[in-house]
Design a protein around this ligand. Structure first.
Ligand code: NAD
Length: 493
């Protein structure tokens, strides 16, 4: 157990709670429905509507009706509405950050970073809206010109997870609106309030009233079964776990919907002997502890080369042992609560399984007895490749280290998974960094750094980590259909 968890958690600053609760009051939530809890205190902080299938289909109808006019707006109009939304979100950074910490638990500083990341998507797609794309090419055999144009794909259903409640929503809503689509978003019931607030700000910024619908429901499978079969829906963009993604792909096949799938990860992080130790440890701490490890790109399998392993493990253990655990509103909190008590039980079970198979517990490994879903940052050394922490997505603050001898060995083991979202390489050799990055079967690679995400980058996975990309110019493609005109052309007489 870390000192922080053993001797007591960092308590919340009451002023932070007050800011969050004022934002929640402004949302005018219903007096009953699905309860939303603070994962640090287990308090119910509000209720959200439990929308049934009829309600969800009514939202489809309203969004679809509003979408027809939106699809005809000029790119400049869409850009200026998105710029307005971005400005309002930025103006309300503190409110958004406090709301994220209250409903999701992450430390306030990280919540502010999420607001920066989440609002970056809105600004990016405000800028991309005026570049819808399209091109001209002569037919190779002559006699025709081929012109391509882009049109909005149509009503998009957006389903988001609980771990980045603002960024996962804006990463979908902003490109949908930029492309000229209407959207229906279903946030996770664990953290729906940030989405409700952000969409409220979108309306205040001039997004037409019905264009973006928020649907909250306790029955997500009935929701998707009804909504994805509705012929007005043309697209589903999902971020969440791989098993749910597979179910949605099957449903989407019935109406042959366009799909974007941002699914689970099991990221390898590889530290070579020639890495800068300080940089590698700092990058690993960032890739492991951000959001308490509850990130799809969190470092999951940490491979360390034999020559640097002892020093690396000692340094990482020291850093994780001193990482303060507590309420996200507490001054100095580095690791907040996990999302629910099942996640805490899962961390305890992962640790017990790894130790039973021969891993060495260097720090952490336990939760705490009081209220709140806390688990100590944990280091497991000499983790066997068969341990559950090596084969499953951990989604918590456990750094599970495996040691390796050769570059080829590291690459082979890193790729021995059905997942392929993120990978990390730490080395001072440019050749090795690029060669290993090329060999990793992942959609993105952090080279000598642990936080690779950026609104300007095409985020997404390969293998069972997903289909499609979010962010960057490529993220707009996901909401566009390409059409070509073949223009017959006779040579001049
Ligand atoms: P989840 O799959 O349980 O839920 C995600 C969302 O899908 C929630 O809104 C949930 O209510 C909804 N959902 C669940 N079943 C559904 C169904 N049958 N029909 C329609 N909607 C359904 O995932 P989670 O626990 O919220 O999030 C954690 C997972 O998300 C992890 O696997 C993580 O790796 C992944 N994730 C991926 C990315 C990425 O960009 N690749 C980003 C964040 C999280």
């Amino acid at each position: 157990m870390t000192a922080a968890v053993a001797t007591g958690l960092i308590a919340a600053d009451p002023a932070g709670l007050a800011v969050a609760d004022e934002v929640i009051r402004s949302l005018e939530l219903p007096a009953s429905g699905i309860a939303v809890a603070d994962p640090a205190t287990a308090e119910t902080i509000g209720f959200i509507p439990d929308v049934d299938v009829d309600g969800a289909l009514a939202a489809v109808r309203s969004a679809d009706a509003a979408g027809a006019a939106w699809a005809r707006t000029t790119p400049r109009k869409r850009a200026s509405v998105l710029h307005g939304w971005w400005a309002l979100l930025v103006e309300h950074t503190e409110q958004l950050a406090h709301l994220i910490t209250r409903e999701m638990g992450k430390p306030l500083g990280e919540a502010r970073a999420e607001v920066k990341y989440g609002t970056d998507f809105v600004r990016w797609y405000a800028e991309e809206a005026v570049r819808p794309g399209g091109n001209f090419r002569p037919a190779p055999d002559g006699g025709a010109d081929i012109v391509t144009s882009r049109s909005p794909v149509g009503l998009a259903v957006l389903i988001t997870p609980w771990n980045f409640p603002l960024a996962m929503a804006t990463r979908k809503i902003a490109p949908a609106l930029a492309a000229g689509c209407a959207a229906l978003i279903k946030p996770a019931t664990l953290t729906p309030l940030t989405t409700i607030y952000a969409v409220d700000l979108a309306r205040r910024a001039g997004v037409p009233e019905d264009l973006v619908q928020v649907v909250t429901t306790s029955s997500s499978s009935s929701f998707s079964a009804a909504v994805l079969r509705d012929e007005r829906v043309r697209k589903v963009s999902f971020t969440g776990s791989t098993p749910v993604g597979k179910q949605l792909l099957q449903l989407a096949s019935e109406n042959v919907l366009r799909t974007s799938m941002e699914l689970g990860g099991n990221a390898p992080l590889i530290v070579f002997d020639d890495a800068d130790l300080e940089r590698a440890v700092a990058g690993t701490v960032a890739a492991k502890l951000r959001n308490g490890g509850q990130s799809c790109i969190a470092a999951n399998r940490i491979y360390v080369q034999d020559g640097i392993a002892d020093d690396f493990v000692d340094a990482l253990t020291a850093r994780l042992a001193e990482a303060s655990v507590g309420n996200g509103f507490g001054a100095g909190t580095v690791v907040g609560p996990l999302i629910d008590d099942r996640a805490v039980a899962q961390m305890a079970s992962f640790t017990a399984d790894a130790v039973a198979r021969g891993a060495v517990l260097r720090t952490g490994g336990t939760g705490h007895d009081g209220v709140g879903n806390f688990f100590a940052p944990t280091v497991l050394d000499h983790t066997p490749a068969t341990a559950q922490v090596a084969t499953s997505e951990i989604f918590g603050p456990i750094a599970a280290i495996q040691r390796f001898r050769t570059e080829a060995d590291a690459i082979e083991r890193a790729n021995a998974t059905e997942f392929g979202l993120a990978g990390y390489v730490f080395t001072e050799s440019l050749d090795r960094a690029l060669n290993v990055a090329d060999a990793l079967q992942t959609g993105l690679v952090g080279i000598n750094q642990g936080v690779p995400s950026n609104a300007a980058a095409p985020f997404g996975g390969v293998k069972q980590s997903g289909l499609g990309r979010e962010g960057s110019a490529e993220g707009l493609d996901e909401y566009q259909n390409i059409r070509f005109y073949n223009i017959s052309r006779r040579p001049s007489a």
